[in-house]
Write a new protein. Sequence first.
Length: 302
Amino acid sequence: MFLKNYRPLVMAHRGDSANIPENTVQSFEDARKLKVDVIETDVHITKDNKFVLFHDKSVERTTNGQGLIADLTLAQLKQLDAGYQFQIPGEEDYPFRGKGFRIHTLEEILPLFPEVRFNIDIKDKTPHVPRLLAEVLHDLKVEDRVMVGSFHQKQVKRFRKYTTTAPTSAGPLEVLRFWWKSKRWSRNHLKMNSEDLQEALQTFPTDLQQHQKNMIAVFGRPLPYVALQIPEGFYFLRLITPIFIRFAHEMGIAIHVWTINDPLEMQKFLEWHIDGIFTDTPATLIKVVKKFQHPPEDKPSN
């Protein structure tokens, strides 16, 4: 199961993207060596209907090329230098130019990392893309270790029509509805005294049947997603709070926050019992998680 883990998920945003050009096999390899739980990546479809792992709809920001991915063939994209624009913060040179960094397809990358879970974000709005993606994941036999999401609600809903095995995260409209439903639940629980509230926040239900009952009681039906992958806040809305996480856990839904690179912020979310953290700096997050799980013993006073 994608979500099952002994610790909050360490989710490498586009690989080890703070140190290595994003969405490249080298960035993913660095993340694997760090023993992350999940690699997050993005898919666009090329002119010849191939899925490439790339964030932007055009290639200018990260490569030495120009144009939209949708207007370029895979062969054309393979000629580009995917490390061309990468700079290390505080330095002026481009250390990865001409070092063999390339754009890769989904079919190339997933078999290279058979033990790693992948979180895939559908970037294209083209209606046939979710069906093609479901077919590729099925052919690769990776549905049990891939979660699919998108900022385009229609694409998530379309994807679910073509697979019942690959889990999905909530789309934007589903996130908003989930947040709205949580407000009434929160108002009821905030009436508790502080000690009872703290105990409730730290005691999470694990009964799957109870989760289903809670979903139906609050939403009228089982939810079609298993996680919300969201920032802490969105404009004037504060989405993630300890009690919001508690509400999600009552529904059997995981909360993954993005994109957190500051160690103090990481620590805060761990204390809130977050289920996963997306980060550009997975080595930092792993250190914070280890300290959180095994706090240093108090030194005896002299």
